[in-house]
Design a protein around this ligand. Structure first.
Ligand SMILES: Nc1nc2c(ncn2[C@@H]2O[C@H](COP(=O)(O)OP(=O)(O)O)[C@@H](O)[C@H]2O)c(=O)[nH]1
Ligand SMILES: [Mg+2]
Length: 343
């Protein structure tokens, strides 16, 4: 399941812009009506104006509804991320209301057309058209908060990281300044992408490398997994939940150099917490900045340096193997309940 590309969601017009577009299209349509008899001409013109204004409005609204993906069709990661960013309930309700409005506009157009058929005066035709226009405006007025919400949501969602849930993903965690971003850059083919998480001004790095035609995605977690649990707010917890659904491996970096931002015991504490939080996930712990690490702590097995490249290829192999280990299917194993027919 590929991730949503929010950049391809059409821009959201303001309610007044939709009305302007609808009414100007309707006037053009009315100008096309030809009938030498004024009574019949006006009747056809008013009928056509109502119809084409309603068409423009409802088509615009329904196009939004259909271009915004239905949440159920998205990966759990995307759903959790959207929930953290704009709220899944709001998302559903907003699209539901917009769809409702499109249906109302069509209904009003139908009623007005039937009314025009029954009317017998030029003044009556004009009135019916004006009345329908008034109702269109008031419906758009009524859903104007939803329309504005959609416009804002689109802007927020466009900045979100986009991960392909069909491809493996490595979540890189560790205290601030341990070298998460530097490692992602060093392992990436090409420049890592920079995206944002919904609730922080912090930027997150997304990188990837390829191996045997698979794209291994890497994502760091600024501000997410680097603080004690109690300091995290609800939205951060949702984003962590999103990560839980996405990572195949958790790569935890420890900076044991003299100049590290966080003392080693704090980093160890964080490691314990992250381990609990992501207990289902295979985890690889490595020590970063080996080029300036004078006294590797006892038990430190994997040392890497984003700067010199030390240990990077070994790490890459280990990541690929760890992820692959989940997928090995024993070709000799038999399906459950399978009985050999021994004659
Ligand atoms: N000497 C050395 N410095 C590093 C290495 N990796 C990162 N740094 C430095 O450590 C600081 C924090 O790195 P950064 O990747 O931004 O850490 P993050 O906050 O965990 O993403 C930066 O000044 C980097 O230049 C490394 O392998 N060796
Ligand atoms: Mg960083």
């Amino acid at each position: 399941m590929a991730s949503v590309d929010w950049r391809h969601i059409p821009t959201v017009l303001y309610p007044q812009e939709i009305l302007d577009k609808a009414f100007s299209r309707a006037s053009k349509q009315s100008d096309l009506v030809e009938d030498p008899d004024k009574y019949h001409r006006v009747r056809k013109q008013m009928d056509r104006m109502v119809q084409s204004a309603a068409d423009v409005i409802s088509t615009t609204l329904l196009k939004w509804v259909s271009r915004w993906p239905s949440l159920n069709s998205l990966s759990e990661f995307d759903q959790a991320l959207i929930d953290a960013a704009v709220g899944n309930d709001e998302y559903r309700k907003t699209l539901g209301t917009i769809q409702w409005a499109a249906e109302q506009v069509r209904k009003i157009a139908g009623e007005t057309q039937r009314k025009i058929l029954r009317l017998r005066s030029i003044e009556g035709f004009h009135d019916a058209r004006r009345h329908a226009y008034g109702r269109f405006s008031s419906i758009l007025d009524q859903i104007s908060p939803q329309i504005l919400w959609l416009g804002e949501a689109r802007n927020i969602l466009r900045e979100l990281p986009s991960l392909d849930s069909a491809e493996p993903c490595i979540v890189v965690a560790g205290a601030p300044n341990v070298g998460k971003s530097a490692l992602i850059t060093a392992l990436s083919s090409g420049e890592p992408e920079v995206a944002s998480y919904p609730f922080t001004t912090k930027q997150l790095h997304l990188g990837h490398f390829e191996h045997r035609r698979r794209a291994y995605q890497m994502v760091d977690t600024p501000g997410l997994l680097d603080r004690p649990m109690v300091e995290r707010n609800r939205i951060e917890m949702q984003a962590i939940a999103a990560l839980e659904h996405t990572g195949d491996v958790l790569l935890f970096l420890v900076d044991a150099t003299e100049g590290s931002t966080s003392p080693l015991n704090e980093q160890e504490h964080l490691l314990t917490e992250v381990r609990q939080l992501m207990s289902e996930r295979p985890m690889i712990v490595i020590h970063s900045k080996s080029d300036i690490l004078e006294n590797p702590p006892e038990g430190a097995e994997t040392l890497i340096s984003a700067q010199t490249g030390e240990g990077l290829e070994e790490l890459r192999t280990r990541l690929i193997e760890t992820i692959g280990a989940d997928e090995i299917i024993d070709p000799l194993s038999l399906p459950e309940n399978w009985h050999r027919n021994e004659e």
